[in-house]
Design a protein around this ligand. Structure first.
Ligand code: ATR
Length: 251
């Protein structure tokens, strides 16, 4: 393939449609099993690819270069093959930054709660740090370094001002579930859910019912794709295209 996406399961992906609205190439969805992944990366048989779950960290050893931003985050979602040299970037970072800025969510000096500690969470935490949050609490189902449990979050962090869901809880087809009950967070101003199917998760519906700002993951998805196309083709694309594609989707 020339341009496309690798990941383990891609059946749900909107990326082909988004990329083909942004650029003139054919974008191939290439599912790879864990057994197939090493040979694919070693072959370097592509012009540029995006990388999704669960390979955003696994691709790093195959790269010749990684930009500063992706290195700090520790995850790569965009690889460009430049004269047989593989260069890694992370456009999830820029996609999330765009969403925060476009929706005018103030992060500076705020206490931010991030649910989930996977690949997407890492880029998002990078943005939150860059925007100078006062405090970042990472909550995870499985205890990991630097994360706390949901139980401890309810006990000690009900003063969170911004809540960001990076877990798949609430995603199609299990749309009835919610990762957290935000009624208890009396200082919460805004909730961002990186899920885009459905556009309004139970979590976001609850946020809206409490008059909090509620932002879904579709804009971030489109924005990260726009920045990926810029790396793929070494061009600049006006940000206005993100809203254009978003609106076409939403109606
Ligand atoms: P992504 O790249 O989208 O972040 P990921 O790397 O698979 O995907 O990470 C998914 C995150 O959602 C993880 O933090 C995961 O928690 P675990 O570390 O405990 O697996 C979290 N997650 C997945 N399913 C969950 C569930 N049912 N409840 C709570 N957290 C869940």
């Amino acid at each position: 393939m020339e341009y496309g996406l690798i990941g383990e399961k891609l059946g749900h992906s909107f990326s082909k449609e988004i990329h083909e609205k942004l650029a003139a190439y054919t974008y191939t969805l290439q599912p790879l099993t864990k057994q197939e992944f090493p040979a694919f990366m070693a072959s370097r048989d592509f012009k540029a690819i995006n990388v999704t779950i669960p390979y955003k960290q696994d691709v790093i050893p195959y790269l010749d270069e990684i930009d500063e931003n992706a290195k700090n985050i520790g995850a790569v979602n965009t690889i460009v093959n430049k004269e047989n040299k593989l260069i890694g970037h992370n456009t999830d970072f820029y996609g999330f930054l765009y969403t925060i800025e476009h929706n005018q969510i103030a992060i500076a000096d705020k206490k931010v709660i991030v649910l989930g500690n996977g690949g997407a969470s890492k880029a998002i935490i990078g943005v939150i740090k860059y925007l100078k949050a006062r405090e970042i609490i990472v909550v995870n189902r499985t205890p990991r370094d630097g994360t706390i449990t949901y139980e401890d979050c309810y006990k000690d962090h009900l003063d969170g001002e911004i809540i960001i869901n990076t877990t798949p809880v609430g995603m199609y087809p299990e749309t009835d579930s919610k990762p957290i009950d935000i009624r208890q967070f009396s200082k919460c101003e805004a909730v961002i859910d990186i899920i885009y199917n459905p556009l309004k998760t139970e979590l976001l519906l609850q946020a809206e019912s409490l008059s909090m700002k509620a932002v879904n993951g579709l804009e971030m998805l489109i924005a990260q794709a726009k920045y990926a196309v810029e790396y793929f083709l070494d061009i600049k694309i006006n940000d206005s295209v993100i809203e254009k594609i978003y609106k076409e989707w939403d109606c």
